[in-house]
Every structure is written in C-alpha cells, then in structure tokens.
Design a protein around this ligand. Sequence first.
Ligand SMILES: NC(=O)NC(NC(N)=O)C(=O)[O-]
Ligand SMILES: [Zn+2]
Ligand SMILES: [Zn+2]
Length: 464
Amino acid sequence: MGEPFDLIIQGGTVVLPERVAKLDIGIRHGKIAEISESLVGTVSEVLDATDKLVMAGLIDMHVHLNEPGFGHWEGFETGSAALAAGGCTFYADMPLNGNPATVSTDALKLKAELASGKSAVDYTFWGGLVPDNLDALKPLAEAGVFAFKAFMSEPGGEGEERLRRADDWTLYQGMKRIAAFGGILALHAESDSITARLAEAAVAEGRMTAADFAASRPIVAETEAVNRALYFARETGCALHFVHISSSQAVDLIDAAKAEGLDVTLETCPHYLVLTETDMGRIGPAAKCAPPLRSGDAQEALWEQLSNGRIDMITSDHSPCPESLKNKTGQTFMEAWGGISGAQNTMELMIGEGHVRKGIPLTELSAMLSSSPATRFGFGDMKGRIALGFDADLVIIDPSNRYVLNREHLYQKHKHNPYLGREMLCRVVRTISRGVTVYSMEEGLKHSGAGQWAPKTTKRRDPL
Ligand SMILES: NC(=O)NC(NC(N)=O)C(=O)[O-]
Ligand SMILES: [Zn+2]
Ligand SMILES: [Zn+2]
C-alpha cells in the first residue's frame, strides 16, 4: 500500500488534455498523485463526482483587481473570491487600474504586499509598459512580473499614477527591450487616433447611446492597431499577446502572422461570444466595455474562429467599478465606466454556451480555459491541466444544474454584471486549489487567503 492520499475525487467525468473519461483522481500534498479508473488506497477524504465534470481550474490571465489605491472598486479578497466561485484557480492581475499602476518595482512590491494573505487562489502580476518606464522593464521582469501590457488607446481610469497609453515610439522601443530579455508584450489593440476622433465627434453631436459608443470604436480601429503592433513585432522580434480580441478580422490578421512565424497569441472574452451590441443597449452600462460588443454576425464569426482552433485562450477581463460609475443619474452610456465585471462567469458561460449549446469538445475548451494560457505564460509545468505531478487545481461542474444568475450569487465587491437574470447552463459546484476546497456551492467561500504568488516554471517559448 502506497502513501495515503489526502483526497480522492471519485467517478467524475474527467477532462484530460487529450480525452474525456470516467476516472478517479488521487491527490497528495496538493498535487495530482494518481489518475486511474478505480483508485484504492488509504485516504482522508473521498469526494463523489458522479455525473459531474472534473476539469483543470480556469486560468484567467486578464483581471483588474485595482489595489493599491482603488480597493474600493475591487480588491484581492473580493475579486479572488469571485474568481474562485467561478472555478478559477490561477489569475494574472493587470497593471491597471490601481494607483500607482504596476510600472515600477516599487509599485510591484506594494501590490504584492497587498495581495499577500488575501487571495483565495494563486496569482501572478502583469507589469505595464508606459512612455517613461523603459528602464524599469527588465528590473520588473527580474522582480517576478511574468509579462507586460501596453494600451494603444487611452485606458481611462483615475489617479495621478494611473497607467498611460503607449505611443508608437514607446511600443517600438519597449518591444526591443522586452525582446532582449525574452519577454512577452500584451496589447490592448485599438487605434487611439480613430477611437478618440470618433468619440469626440459623437459627444459634440450629442450621440451618447450604446449604439453610438459601439460606432465610435469600430472593428477597423482594432485591426489597424493589431496590424501596427505586428509590424513592430516583425521589426523587433518581440513576442506579442493580444488581449480581448473582439473581431474575426483581427483573428485573421493574427493567424496570418502566426503562419509567418511570429510568436504571437490572442485571447477573447465570454462577453464577445455571448452578448451583442443589441444586448449592450438593452442591458445598459453594465455591458459596456472596450473594444465594444459587436453585431450578431460578428459574434457568429468569432465562434467560428473559436471552433477552428484560432482562439488561443479565454479570459474574463474582469474590469470592475462601483455601481455609481455605471448608472449615475443623468449619466449617458458614453460617459459610463467601460469594463465588465465578469470574474465569476467565464467557466459557466464557456462550458454552457460552448459545450452544452454548441457542442464544442470539452478538451478544446479546456485548452483555451486552462492549459494554453498556463503554457503560453510560463506556468505550464505546474498548472493548467489534469496530469500527474501538477498542482491539484480543479473545478467540479454540474452540467445538469441550470440556474438564473442573481446578485446574491456574486462574490465580487460591486454586484453589477451584464449576466444578471441570465440562465446559466451549468454550475460550478466546487473549486479546489492545490488540493484544498476553496469554494463549494453549498458552503460558499472557504479558506480565503491561502493563494500564493506562483512563480513561472518554464520559459515563454514553449509552443502551445
Ligand atoms: N481601464 C480598464 O480597465 N480597461 C479595461 N476595460 C475594458 N475592457 O472595457 C480594459 O481591459 O481595456
Ligand atoms: Zn483592454
Ligand atoms: Zn482589461
């Protein structure tokens, strides 16, 4: 008889990287110790997962938890609680909208101190590329930032030390520097020139509705910015990652660049796949984000790209704010804060709409939700898949539990969200972080604060 297990998850439908099968998973010291059709052995706890899906926990590489400075918008404790309740076991915090933004090692240190002991699950930090911090990039990478992010359009936000837009010079020089130490630069790719001029004209003419907002950030603003960034990547050899891609046209450009041999990846978000421009008008500012939600046809084209394997990963882009910034009396759609507070909904939306409704294989969805982001960003030896020796970071989903989302379900600080009132087609019933249950549907959040800043385990050039 071998060493006892701490936990056996029994009889679940387990989503492995290559196949889905009814299996038992044995967990020991926070790691996946055995996977087999029928596990026997001494064990402290057995969890019955019959008729449930057992998947690698969501790896959400795009969330804004806003500390330091804007903890009243969202913080590590509440933000990570929402993530955990949605099946996420590892996340990457963006360099904005905290104040200071994560653009220096001092700011990183401050952020890390604030996160320590507060997060329900493991995490890591993005650094920012801004006009005046070229010399800080390498020190940031050495201090543990796993990759960098720059905005090609105005990020908005408040505070003197908020993140600033990167002009072309900064992008070009930043990519040279980042390429030199083998880093990755992520881009919010929308043309500032196009979006700023269109927004200015709309405001001047009093065109302030959701449809006007969408028209002020057209797909061409995205494709132009993607093209320009790819051009600099060719010149500099810098690896790129495009965040929240909203259009099939942008996916095509990035796909062509991959075929050409550029080291580039992209993500999209559930909101571009399950909500449209029309929903944005119906729901109001809770559904406002940049790039904006698109037409039904554009959305279908994005699903098509996803089915064809052209979407590398899915992220929430949880970009929270107090409700007052969404629905202040007299405030127009155009003036409301842009950002969707979807931290908790990624897994249920993608499994529900992608698998239950559209029949996309669970192995493919799991790659986009977990293994690809882990691999791309250097965590792929430890996280993101159900395999021997990996962290026991797991989510258990009940595919027959449909429910209507309401405010009481949400763990985030401010309970607004474009999915309230929507029927979810499956439900996260348990989230396990390094072998310990951090959330269960019956008991809610447990063991808050045990999440750790996880180090990279591989170099970034691992192929997806
Ligand atoms: N300042 C932000 O948080 N912006 C975010 N907001 C969105 N996507 O609407 C983002 O990621 O660009
Ligand atoms: Zn963005
Ligand atoms: Zn974002």
